[in-house]
Design a binder for this molecule. Structure first.
Ligand code: ZN
Ligand code: ZN
Length: 168
């Protein structure tokens, strides 16, 4: 039986904003921290209240700014070694019933392995998220980007007196 389940996110409220490096966008972006009341559902019937949760979202793409959508370099290296392994089909005996498969591996695996290696050698290692975040200027807004009110400096943090959003 197919069980439909998921998460409801109710009462979204913007609680903070910051300048951020967004990995899905590959650029410096504004991101906003949204607080929601989460509840698990089965067949759309809420049954498990998880309470209030906060998460950061890029304002441009709506994704988690610190989770990359690109294939990680490590996976590509793993792929290269798997293809090398498949290239070992040159040492496998060619038997009548498997010869088509063996020849596909013999020809395709080394070509794909070389292409993967060339790709890995030509693309340089990308700077880490930490290095990228170091280049991001902290937000310096004096006006709330959500409601336009003047932000107030309150003991080391800057927040909006109208909607309560905090500048990070
Ligand atoms: Zn983004
Ligand atoms: Zn505000």
């Amino acid at each position: 039986m197919l069980i439909i389940y998921g998460l409801y996110r109710w009462k979204p409220k913007q609680v903070a904003f910051r300048n951020d490096y967004c990995l899905p966008c590959g650029q410096m972006r504004r991101s906003v921290q949204v607080r929601t009341f989460n509840a698990g559902h089965i067949f759309y019937i809420p049954f498990l209240p998880f309470g209030f949760w906060k998460r950061w979202l890029g304002t441009t793409c709506g994704r988690d700014p610190h989770v990359s959508t690109k294939t990680r370099r490590g996976f590509k290296w793993a792929g290269f070694f798997i293809l090398l392994l498949f290239s070992g089909a040159w040492f496998a005996p060619v038997e009548p019933d498997t010869q088509v498969m063996i020849w596909i591996f013999r020809l395709a695996a080394p070509v794909a392995a070389i292409l993967t290696l060339v790709h890995l050698l030509l693309t340089k290692k990308e700077p880490s998220l930490k290095e990228r975040l170091a280049t991001v200027q902290p937000a310096a807004d004096t006006i709330c980007p959500f409601c336009g009110a003047q932000l107030l400096m309150m003991s080391s943090q800057c927040s909006c007196p109208s909607c309560g959003v905090v500048r990070n």
